[in-house]
Write a protein that binds this ligand. Structure first.
Ligand SMILES: NC(=O)C1=CN([C@@H]2O[C@H](COP(=O)(O)OP(=O)(O)OC[C@H]3O[C@@H](n4cnc5c(N)ncnc54)[C@H](OP(=O)(O)O)[C@@H]3O)[C@@H](O)[C@H]2O)C=CC1
Ligand SMILES: CC(=O)N[C@@H](CCC(=O)OP(=O)(O)O)C(=O)O
Length: 325
């Protein structure tokens, strides 16, 4: 069975990773690529290593009115650029939005695929989580589900690779000379991912109010996120690990590890690694979550979501090993 796929924003980092995953997917066939500045170029002009089968595909100017017949559209546009246009995509086309315009929007399922797969299956509009929420919420979900930490008292200290800012670059974008051998905090007290994380923490904890502090830092690496999360709770390390192993039993993409996870473990994959260290005497629980910002943080999770809504095995096209070293 061939599922006809389109990618809008294909020249960007998220779109490029979606291209890589779709090109290697056993059931997906890329039939449409779209963008703005890149419109008119062939895929091989932008991606010299693309397979001969896809090399000649021309990137179209993004216009929902001229879409060919598609089963699934991956949208990887700058946040703020997709809401109006995606509303004009025909209902028959399933959409996975990698950007931030539809998280908790009406009619859209929140695509935290390892936690709520059943709420994604059967839907046609999926909002992929942000990259920091993907790392953070995957680590916190088992603790919140078991009441092991207080949802009102959470401090998230996250580190991200530079590709998280996109090719176009967000407010945190720097050139090589500024980002190499440098460590840069940004978005303090007002990062756009805070409301998304707060809302999801409330869902995970059965409605208790979330209270969180979140500070992301840019580090000089291309990919990867490590979220180190400080919480209040009386659990032991063993209880936290056991809760996570139970919560993610049978789930393909979350690995619960005894030792603290490292960003390189996830590079190029849709994996998330979680681990915990806790001191009940001090009522301190440290949760750690690692993802590739372009994998579980973007295109990997998007393909997982597309698999779920297309009735495919969740792991289709995603079971390759990470890149090492
Ligand atoms: N980078 C990451 O790690 C993550 C990114 N995201 C989100 O994914 C989305 C894409 O991010 P990312 O790939 O990093 O960003 P990039 O800047 O790398 O790419 C965005 C792409 O969108 C295209 N584009 C911009 N404006 C328009 C428009 N008006 N119409 C059509 N195409 C347009 C551009 O294509 P062209 O070259 O043709 O102009 C560009 O290549 C964002 O919402 C981002 O927040 C989410 C999780 C992680
Ligand atoms: C390094 C860097 O700039 N990272 C981005 C996160 C990318 C992401 O997940 O963005 P959306 O939620 O908009 O999809 C940021 O902090 O805004």
């Amino acid at each position: 069975m061939s599922i006809r796929v389109g990618i809008v924003g294909i020249s960007g980092f998220g779109g490029g990773e979606a291209l890589r995953l779709v090109a290697g997917h056993p059931s997906f066939e890329l039939v449409h690529a779209a963008g703005e500045g890149s419109a008119g170029s062939r895929l091989e002009d932008r991606f010299p290593g693309v397979s001969a089968r896809l090399a000649g595909l021309v990137i179209e100017r993004w216009d929902p009115a001229t879409l060919p017949a598609l089963d699934v559209l991956f949208a990887s546009l700058p946040t703020g650029a997709s809401a109006e246009a995606l509303a004009r995509v025909p209902k028959a086309v399933k959409i996975v939005d990698i950007g931030g315009d539809h998280r908790y929007a009406e009619g859209w399922a929140y695509g935290l695929a390892d936690v709520w797969p059943n709420q994604i299956e059967g839907r046609t509009r999926i909002a992929n989580p942000g990259c920091f929420p993907a790392a953070t919420l995957t680590a916190l979900a088992p603790l919140l589900a078991d009441g092991l930490i207080e949802p009102g008292n959470i401090v998230i200290d996250a580190k991200t690779g530079i590709s998280g800012a996109g090719r176009g670059g967000g407010e945190s974008a720097f050139g090589f000379a500024e980002s190499n051998e440098n460590l840069v905090p940004y978005g303090l007290l007002r990062h756009t991912h805070m409301p998304e994380m707060a809302r999801t923490i409330e869902r995970l904890s059965g409605g208790s109010a979330a209270g969180l502090v979140f500070t992301p830092h840019l580090v000089p690496m291309t990919r990867g996120i490590l979220a180190t999360i400080y919480c209040r709770g009386r659990a032991t390390t063993a209880q936290c690990l056991e809760a996570a192993r139970r919560f993610y039993a049978g789930r393909a993409f979350v690995r619960v590890t005894d030792r603290p996870p490292q960003t390189k473990w996830a590079t190029g994959s849709n994996l998330a690694f979680v681990s915990y260290a806790a001191d009940p005497e001090r009522e301190l629980v440290i949760a750690m979550g690692v993802v590739d910002n372009l994998g579980k943080g973007a295109a990997g999770q998007a393909v997982q979501n597309a698999n779920l809504i297309c009735g495919l095995p969740e792991t289709a096209g995603l079971d390759g090993a990470p890149v090492w070293p």
